[in-house]
Design a protein around this ligand. Structure first.
Ligand code: ZN
Ligand code: ZN
Length: 317
């Protein structure tokens, strides 16, 4: 079931245009935990003022953060999450959930989450809103939606090097997750696997990507244990790239980003792609739910606990 349109029209692309950058993800994670001021972002992330200024501007221009005056004299601004920014919270929960299981940030206590609804520590799960079942990427079907053709026109790309220095140690996000999400192409290459692509040539064609860039990202994805290779032809040697369990567990993050992209960037005709949850037959509406009581989770009902003291702070929005 391979159609290039699935990949070129997917709303994941538009979501990654906005957040597919390691600094952006680190800034957003701090914002979700209540950080609002420039100096506070800088102190926590230990990044250059120019880099921080640049990324805050990017997020403000895309309407994810709003810059607001909090002091007239001296004039001071703070950055608050907009409704659009808060709507990325399900993706943030799935990121925390993924790294809890697969890639704890080095040398830190893991960030635990408490659900106020049931009072228990929760591991957020991606579920189908219709049947409540946990979403398995192998049980999702894709068809093109009414907005598919309008969505395939590609937006101009921000070109950015993959590595802009190492992330600071005091980040809430593990380096593996930053590598997976923090550049424009790595998550897109991983996403092709969820559409059933396994071969280099198919991926290259679907993404219209230079072979050297694709080869580089595939190599990293194998090193990160997201893909494993499998020889399917001996001479000349040809490889399949298949998802590992760790790679498959990445799917809910992409699903959350896709849902966000659909909500905020769908073309006028409608969503570009329709997902069907095969076990129940309903159109898949992704919903992050509590692993203990199965109730839907949102930013008001989840509180981080037992993390490094600096990040334990009441959720604000
Ligand atoms: Zn279902
Ligand atoms: Zn609960």
């Amino acid at each position: 079931m391979f159609d290039r349109a699935f990949i070129s029209s997917s709303s994941v692309n538009r979501a990654l245009d906005v957040i597919g950058d390691r600094w952006v993800i680190m800034i957003l994670q701090q914002a979700w935990f209540g950080v609002r001021r420039f100096d506070e972002f800088q102190a926590r992330l230990e990044l250059a003022r120019s880099t921080l200024t640049n990324r805050l501007k990017h997020l403000t221009e895309h309407g994810v953060l709003a810059r607001e005056v909090y002091s007239e004299r001296p004039l001071r601004h703070e950055y608050r999450l907009t409704a659009k920014g808060r709507d990325l919270y399900p993706a943030a929960l799935m990121m925390l959930s993924w790294q809890q299981r697969w890639a704890p940030p080095g040398g830190q206590a893991p960030i635990l989450l408490r659900h106020s609804g049931c009072g228990e520590l929760t591991t957020p799960r991606m579920t189908c809103a219709s049947c409540g079942g946990e979403v398995d990427p192998r049980e999702v079907d894709y068809t093109l939606g009414p907005g598919a053709s309008a969505a395939t026109a590609r937006s101009p790309r921000r070109r950015r090097s993959t590595v802009e220095g190492q992330p600071a140690t005091r980040t809430l996000v593990s380096s593996a997750l930053l590598e997976l999400l923090g550049d424009r192409w790595t998550p897109q290459v991983a996403a092709t696997a969820f559409f059933g692509l396994r071969r280099f040539e198919d991926m290259r064609e679907a993404l219209e990507l230079a072979p050297n860039i694709l080869a580089d990202r595939l190599r990293r994805l194998v090193e990160l244990d997201v893909f494993r290779t499998e020889v399917y032809q001996a001479r000349p040697q040809r490889l399949h790239y298949r998802l590992t369990d760790r790679g498959r567990a990445f799917y809910p993050i992409l699903l959350a980003l896709l849902a966000w992209g659909d909500r905020w960037y769908a073309p006028p005709g409608g969503v570009p792609m329709i997902l069907t949850h095969r076990p129940c037959g309903a159109v898949l509406r992704a919903q992050v739910a509590c692993s203990v009581c199965a109730a839907p989770l949102d930013s008001h009902s989840v509180t981080p606990v037992a993390a490094a003291p600096s990040v334990v702070r009441a959720q604000q929005s």
